[in-house]
Design a binder for this molecule. Structure first.
Ligand code: BTN
Length: 242
């Protein structure tokens, strides 16, 4: 991963640029598209991803996981979020958790967002663009729920070194998936799952819900136990209330 590297000082979104390169056949499995400044960084649920230029890592990796069926795409979420968590464990920034589906948290605050965009062909994943925004040296955020490595660790980090570590961990986790080692991925993911086995407040069906995350189902939905039963939710169906 990252052997074929495309660096641009500025772009709209590395996910969009990676998509354009794929269409022009200028990207292939392992291609890394990285920028110092995103002008239209994209987040989940149509949100924007804000990141101060030159302070953080904003990049996308192109994968061709043709061995994976569309129904199994959640494993890519696991691969990406675990790879980030693996790197954070190396720099020891306190408690690292993964807030379903793929926000990586330090001490309960979001330090990394991941946007995975898949193209499906004949019920398999032809290409996947894994976009990662890791807050590294940024000192201030407009929302109280966001943080950076520097804020949590009280020291700055060299971006190239972290990027190298991320490439190594992404490759290792991806190889686990490719060799069908999904139980290792499932176990590691569950171990780090934010709020697991704790009672918390959520919003579902337009109203409040108090429940306990007990796990993830086979399709990657969040399983929550509540007063009247157990239900699996997809991303659009549930919101965490801090
Ligand atoms: C989220 O938590 O909402 C996902 C944020 C993903 C941000 C990254 S930054 C690099 C890549 N390019 C984008 O436009 N988005 C992702």
């Amino acid at each position: 991963m990252g052997q074929n590297l495309v660096f641009v000082p500025e772009c709209h979104s590395t996910n969009s640029l990676a998509q354009e390169l794929l269409q022009k056949e200028m990207a292939h499995e392992g291609t890394l598209v990285i920028t110092a400044k995103q002008t239209q960084g994209r987040g989940q649920r149509g949100n924007q991803w804000e990141s101060e230029p030159n302070q953080n890592l904003t990049f996308s990796i192109v994968l061709a996981p043709t061995f994976l069926t569309a129904a199994a795409q959640f494993h890519l979420t696991q691969v990406a979020s675990l790879a980030v968590a693996d790197v954070l464990a190396l720099v020891q920034p306190g408690t690292v958790t993964i807030k379903w589906p793929n926000d990586v948290m330090i001490n309960g605050k979001k330090v990394c967002g991941i946007l995975i965009e898949n193209s499906i062909s004949k019920n398999h994943i032809a290409h996947s663009i894994v976009g990662i925004g890791l807050n590294v040296n940024q000192q201030t955020f407009s929302v109280a729920t966001a943080t950076s490595l520097a804020l949590e660790l009280k020291r700055t980090h060299a971006l190239p070194e972290l990027l190298n570590q991320l490439m190594e961990k992404l490759e290792a986790r991806y190889l686990q998936l490719r060799s069908s080692n999904v139980s290792t991925l499932n176990d590691a993911y569950l171990n780090l799952l934010h709020w697991r086995n704790e009672v918390h407040r959520f919003e579902a069906d337009g109203g409040p819900l108090v429940g306990t995350i007990t796990g993830i189902d086979a399709t990657g939905k969040l399983v929550v136990e509540h007063s009247t039963g157990t239900r699996a939710f997809d991303l659009k169906e549930i919101k965490f209330i801090e």
